[in-house]
Write a protein that binds this ligand. Sequence first.
Ligand SMILES: Nc1ncnc2c1ncn2[C@@H]1O[C@H](COP(=O)(O)OP(=O)(O)OP(=O)(O)O)[C@@H](O)[C@H]1O
Length: 234
Amino acid sequence: MTLLLDDITLTYPDGDGRLTALDRVGLRVPAGGLTAVVGPSGSGKSSLLAVAATLVTPDSGRVVIDGTEATALTRTESAELRRRAIGIVFQQPNLLPSLTALEQLQVMAHLEGRKPREVRDRARELLDAVDLSAQSHRRPHQLSGGQRQRVNIARALINEPRVLLVDEPTSALDHERGAAVLDLLRNLTQERRTATVLVTHDRDHLTVADEVQEMRDGAIVAIDAPAVSSPCGD
Ligand SMILES: Nc1ncnc2c1ncn2[C@@H]1O[C@H](COP(=O)(O)OP(=O)(O)OP(=O)(O)O)[C@@H](O)[C@H]1O
């Protein structure tokens, strides 16, 4: 299993007591699988994503990423695992205003110490995969909202992550452009064999998922596996 969250409990300080944001939550996502997490505001979706991203350490439970138990690592080791194995797509594409689409990707790969030629080839290949080859020289203000979000997705994939975590990727887009971004995520998940988690408010988005997890008050209350064949064998 590429992403495994096992019996995760997370609490935050809340006045004199603690607020339970995640209550013994489990999640298993195989390579090439896309799991959608839905639920009302405050139900714990972002907390779940933050724990899966190793950005927040749970009170108890295990996070295992591609066979490595993230919850047993030091902070430095966990940052290294995050850089190497996890791609994160935030709600708003936080692109650097002065860089072209191609440079947004190149700068991420350079940080990983990859060779310049390898970096350029991979950045071009990914822009092609998200259908933005013709816009590679444009800066963020010269791109549409949907195009910016596609750059954001390509950037998250530049270091070939095993796990892709996506937070409300269509919130700034109209229905049609949102649907195109979701189809893209579906295809990239299968082609690149990432274990993908998609957090969404919108039930229309669930058709792209292999599995749907519904959250209420920090707990998973329903699991729905749409009647599609499992994309993976691990
Ligand atoms: N840093 C924090 N400190 C204290 N409480 C927090 C913190 N972050 C989130 N919470 C609380 O934890 C619970 C879960 O929040 P979370 O952001 O995970 O929900 P969500 O489902 O992502 O909500 P939304 O859809 O509105 O983004 C909420 O009750 C929230 O108020």
